[in-house]
Design a protein around this ligand. Structure first.
Ligand SMILES: Cc1cc2nc3c(=O)[nH]c(=O)nc-3n(C[C@H](O)[C@H](O)[C@H](O)COP(=O)(O)OP(=O)(O)OC[C@H]3O[C@@H](n4cnc5c(N)ncnc54)[C@H](O)[C@@H]3O)c2cc1C
Length: 404
């Protein structure tokens, strides 16, 4: 219905589909440079704000939130982590990032990153429309693309733009705008998922603990002094109804148990979700006047804590090239986006896949597979080179123009 009448028409240089971290950070970076955007999202602000997702930010991403004026709340309410625990064979080994590579990460939930970005848009007079429906994206192969959507009150809107950014996540529609015969989709499915819980309990450990056991993987993570986030490996089609609190705690305790007597602090489970994941990259990340950013172009298994960081890195590069394109360099400036973004994306794909195969047990795997995995884990923790590799990858890579 490309030409059906609409109730409102607005024109901006950049229209952004998706108000996740990629979409909102892009709008913020462009806004700082005086470029107006309109961001639309199908979900309400409340829905996005209350959906548990990532929890770990690279130090560079944390610094960007502060230095670009989004908010300095991360410095007051976030927690700087100088390492992680790796548990296997019933023992814990600390990977000390600060000592190994001079870097750290920040524990700061994605829900807080979202609140900071959405508040910054409000504060700076940015235009963000939540709860829209019927998103249509038209004319992306021309220099005058349009976005159409219906507001929560039924009003039909049209946004006319010079560029459209698809930041609509892993289930979005923008990636499909690149014609099938012109795109390549690289993907890998995993034979397991994560069972995620939010529990009202004291912290069991001061930093994240990644646990390998013969029963499967578990991740012990934190949110606040009294609310914790934990995950354990489960079947991809697992049902949350089959998991009363007692069964969840028994499973988690078995996965972290060891001769050192480590035990998790237990409490009422507030939320249970089964999270399926895969590795995915679509190329190209740009088609005509459309650019894809964040999970819309790629997803990684959550094991390496890369997804949110990658989304923020994409838009940092994209904002820079869009400013040049709109500042007179024209569309050719956008040619730089994909190669610069992809270098980090494939590094992150490799690391996320490596962490996943290192820590998860493969259904139907043999005793050999398990012993080999323990050998690999031992190689990681027992040598400085192994620990340094993990520390370097987990804390991220430099974000300068000449990444290396
Ligand atoms: C359990 C879990 C743990 C994770 N842990 C980490 C971690 O520790 N560190 C890390 O870096 N990453 C982590 N991630 C990944 C991280 O959450 C994502 O990579 C991140 O949300 C990507 O941001 P985005 O803005 O690209 O996409 P999203 O956050 O998915 O935002 C996309 C938005 O687009 C909207 N949208 C979709 N379709 C339309 C449409 N047609 N019209 C308008 N809007 C639309 C959606 O409603 C959504 O709000 C984790 C993910 C999960 C699930």
């Amino acid at each position: 219905m490309a030409d059906a009448p609409v109730d409102t028409v607005a024109s901006v240089p950049v229209a952004v589909i998706g108000a996740g971290p990629a979409g909102l950070m892009l709008a913020h970076l462009l806004g700082r440079a005086g470029i107006e955007t309109i961001v639309i999202d199908t979900r309400t602000r409340h829905e996005i704000e209350t959906t548990q997702r990532a929890g770990i930010l690279e130090a560079d991403a944390a610094r960007d939130l502060v230095e670009t004026g989004v908010s300095d709340r991360i410095l007051r309410e976030g927690h700087e982590h100088e390492g992680i625990g790796l548990r296997f064979g019933g023992r814990e080994h600390r990977i000390h990032f600060k000592e190994l590579v001079g870097a750290s990460v920040w524990l700061y939930p994605q829900t807080d990153v979202f609140v900071d970005l959405a508040d910054a848009r409000d504060r700076d007079g940015g235009s963000v429309h939540f709860g829209v429906g019927d998103t249509e994206i038209l004319d992306v192969t021309t220099g005058a693309p349009r976005v159409r959507c219906t507001g929560p009150d039924g009003t039909r809107h049209e946004i006319r733009a010079r560029y459209v950014v698809g930041a609509d996540g892993s289930r979005g529609m923008c990636r499909d705008l690149v014609p099938g015969e012109r795109r390549t989709r690289y993907r890998k499915e995993y034979p397991f998922a994560w069972f995620g819980i939010l529990a009202e309990a004291p912290m069991s450990a001061p930093e994240l603990v990644y646990a390998h056991s013969e029963h499967g993987f578990a991740l012990i993570s934190q949110r606040t002094d009294s609310v914790q986030r934990m995950y354990f490996q489960c079947e991809p089609d697992e049902s949350v109804e089959a998991w009363p609190d007692d069964r969840i705690w028994e499973t988690l305790q078995a996965r972290v148990a060891g001769p050192d007597g480590f035990r998790l602090e237990e409490g009422p489970v507030l939320e249970k979700t089964v999270l399926r994941f895969r590795s995915f990259v679509q190329e190209p990340m740009r088609w005509g006047s459309l650019a894809l950013a964040g999970d819309a172009a790629h997803t990684v298994p959550p094991t390496g804590a890369r997804g949110l960081n990658l989304a923020l890195h994409d838009v940092k590069v994209l904002a820079e090239v869009l400013l040049r394109a709109l500042g007179g360099a024209g569309e050719a400036a956008l040619d730089e986006y994909q190669p610069r973004a992809l270098q980090r994306i494939w590094r992150a794909q490799n690391f996320s896949h490596w962490m996943t195969q290192l820590l998860h047990t493969t259904p139907g795997g043999s005793a050999f597979d398990l012993r080999r995995q323990l050998g690999e884990l031992d190689n990681v923790v027992a040598t400085r080179a192994g620990r340094t590799y993990l520390a370097e990858q987990y804390t991220g890579w430099p974000t300068s123009r000449r990444d290396h």
